[in-house]
Design a protein around this ligand. Structure first.
Ligand code: HEC
Length: 160
């Protein structure tokens, strides 16, 4: 709970990240502290679309796992909603609408559990950081939390 309060506080501070504006502003001139030039290949030697981290193969079913999605919604409410909307509107971070079509399941789960390394090395993660100018803090998700949030994102994207 304490973490939620801290996160909510952060969100209030960072509302400047384009909240309400639909268009992505590409005009952000400065490179955020800590951002490195885009790495061309993921450290794990795998496929860049999977991001960087331990998830190299995530099985998703064509249909929704309702239970998992419900549990993922709880994780969202507590740990993510302060910064992410479910629409395509940016809050502190990008809106989640369409995220499961923009990104692979592996990328999403690696990002959610290994955010610092992803922001340091993954070109797609860095591109978001350049727009948002706020580093997503590590949310300390368990692997199950991450999988459940992914299922909730799929539900948000219309998987039935
Ligand atoms: C303090 C604000 C904050 C919180 C809380 C937060 N995020 Fe983020 N998130 C961001 C920002 C900002 C970005 C864009 C990348 C960056 O700048 O670090 C982002 C990007 C993402 C992306 C990539 C989206 C895309 O379109 O590429 C995913 C996936 C994501 N977050 C998942 C989560 C999950 C899951 C949680 C909750 C467990 C969460 N985030 C909590 C701020 C936050």
């Amino acid at each position: 709970m304490k973490k939620f309060l801290i996160v909510s506080g952060l969100a209030a501070l960072f509302l400047a990240c384009g909240g309400g504006e639909e268009k992505k502003s590409e005009s952000a001139a400065s490179t955020p502290a800590g951002a490195e030039p885009a790495a061309s290949a993921p450290a794990s030697g795998g496929d860049a679309s999977k991001g960087i981290g331990k998830f190299t193969k995530v099985d998703v079913s064509p249909t929704l796992d309702v239970k998992m999605a419900e549990s993922g919604q709880t994780v969202f409410d507590v740990k993510c909603a302060a910064c992410h909307k479910l629409t395509d509107e940016r809050l502190v971070g990008p809106g989640w609408k369409g995220v499961t079509t923009r990104r692979t399941p592996e990328w999403i789960m690696n990002f959610a559990t290994n955010v610092d390394e992803m922001l340091a090395k993954d070109a797609d993660a860095q591109a978001q950081l350049e727009i948002c100018l706020v580093r997503m803090p590590n949310q300390n998700l368990t692997d199950d939390d991450a999988r459940h949030v992914l299922e909730f994102m799929r539900k948000n994207d219309g998987v039935k």
